[in-house]
Design a protein around this ligand. Sequence first.
Ligand SMILES: Nc1ncnc2c1ncn2[C@@H]1O[C@H](COP(=O)(O)OP(=O)(O)OP(=O)(O)O)[C@@H](O)[C@H]1O
Length: 704
Amino acid sequence: MGDEDWEAEIIKPHMSSYVPVFEKDRYSSGANGDTFNRTPASSSEMDDGPSRRDHFMRSGFASGRSMGNRGFSNNKFEEGDSSDFWRESNNDCEDNQTRSRGFSKRGGYQDGNDSEASGSSRRGGRGSFRGCRGGFGLGSPNSEYEQDEGTQRTGGLFGSRRPALSGAGNGDTYQSRSGSGSGRGGYKGLNEEVVTGSGKNSWKSEAEGGESGDTQGPKVTYIPPPPPEDEDSIFAHYQTGINFDKYDTILVEVSGHDAPPAILNFEEANLCQTLNNNIAKAGYTKLTPVQKYSIPIILAGRDLMACAQTGSGKTAAFLLPILAHMMRDGITASRFKELQEPECIIVAPTRELINQIYLEARKFSFGTCVRAVVIYGGTQLGHSIRQIVQGCNILCATPGRLMDIIGKEKIGLRQVKYLVLDEADRMLDMGFGPEMKKLISCPGMPSKEQRQTLMFSATFPEEIQRLAGEFLKSNYLFVAVGQVGGACRDVQQTILQVGQYSKREKLVEILRNIGDERTMVFVETKKKADFIATFLCQEKISTTSIHGDREQREREQALGDFRCGKCPVLVATSVAARGLDIENVQHVINFDLPSTIDEYVHRIGRTGRCGNTGQAISFFDPDSDNHLAQPLVKVLSDAQQDVPAWLEEIAFSTYVPGFSGSSARGNVFASVDTRKNYQGKSTLNTAGFSSSQAPNPVDDESWD
Ligand SMILES: Nc1ncnc2c1ncn2[C@@H]1O[C@H](COP(=O)(O)OP(=O)(O)OP(=O)(O)O)[C@@H](O)[C@H]1O
């Protein structure tokens, strides 16, 4: 087979309406494309008990989302030209969740076309851990994450990238992709595409991981640089923090029948010598709680849904026992074949995250004959195929690219023994759920009885847990480390009341105080990411950005620059909210709060990892964020953080009658295994919403 076959990416006719470029020349930042997904506002209800305040403080909170009635467009956020920018940007939500409630929470939205990730499509990107790649390439027009290649092809690699602005004092350059055009940083909207294929809000954004070949435009030709092969690089790791030992005090609950006992140390896992060597070289001396429980469960061949706080070692919790099984089963060395049949498939929602997982798999399988391969969108399809045909035991993939490759008959599924969904709640939501269902229905894919299915996340809404049943054997085990959906306690959380008009000033003030410490700044939309990054560069703060409208090579460059400290500030959309494991991220700033509390938990989890401490500061705009007040109060109090009185007031005042959830506040666990609910128990989901108020699985605006 020649390269030309490999590169015969699917080109689908839908999608590609061009979103007009507005105001492109009026801003000094680079910008990009926008895809859009309109999401209707949704509301929620709460009980009105006799003692409302007491009720909500003790009983978890209903979701009281308030519908802010002002949108950027209705308010002169910026003077002069900037107001136009903001008008634009409010339709440019990056992520599904962001979008979902983003739209509902801000009035004045247009039916724009500029969200990055849609409710029904989440494919997010993530930062990469020493590497990068990612992407999806599914064919589903609903999946924005998937679109990846489409967007990139449209404008990306073919002549669009240019420095938009020369940044801060140290010579950093903030580059905004997309556009083309003038090199002086005009705000460009190239690559803006709207997918019209599926009717409702269907747009896809390359960014989030969509790779698929289903878009028009130039092919994606990006071939990511190979990761370093030397042992030092493979085993490079950062130190566990002062709170690593405190993990031992976190309570763990395992539900389901006949759970094997936890192990206390690596020796008890009885892994082979090569694995033990690799564990030692990785600097692991002690198991984290999720590893103590998950490793024996997986070794016992059980299906598992595991929920543990951000940064607590979930990746090794599934990789190590899978590798141990493979070694025990005497796996034969993979060799060149046109059709590869991996024993393990790992999927994750974003390119950078799947690459990070791949690097971990490569690390732990070092010196064995197990070959791990990663494929993701935003990269040349032929490159993915070339990686695969050389041999593949563990395939790490974003969903779109995986389905493309399966469609090209480069991957057979008959030998799959392990199917892992990382960020499983995201993988099963409206964005990826359909693709995951397609995957398990693919010809050759062993039934759930014949394979081992493993799901991991820091958040697991009840509704998603229920959907997961389709993928898992009925006797699966559920491991909850601490509170399901709870924030990492090593992150000091601060919520500041900051109105839209004051946010930039406040941001600069905080960043100047922070100095050179690595900081991730989350914003709601892709355009705003560019805008804020450019603004910070103008303020002489070295900044880069990652979001779904940036080309894959730019995303990887941005993460590289952030990781090495060249740009200590990374402005990101929700594409970077989950999974990114970057050393020394000391601060997370939510310039815009996300639309959901789960997203908040993931975002702030980019700091305070592996026993290290971190700080998260969030700007709470009462005009748009009131819907988060109650779940925020709950997350803060559960994590033993100070809760500002004003936030409690807002939470109380937005308390919605009708809420009847049981208390989670005083409990060690919030929602745990939803199967308990089937037995008549009332529990709360990760946001502390009662199930009746939780996102409706069929309403993509409400997902996540
Ligand atoms: N037992 C251990 N000892 C030392 N370091 C560990 C151990 N387990 C994991 N780590 C390190 O902790 C960091 C976080 O791990 P990982 O990325 O797997 O967290 P996670 O739980 O998947 O987080 P998230 O929910 O954000 O995806 C990684 O750098 C990993 O190498």
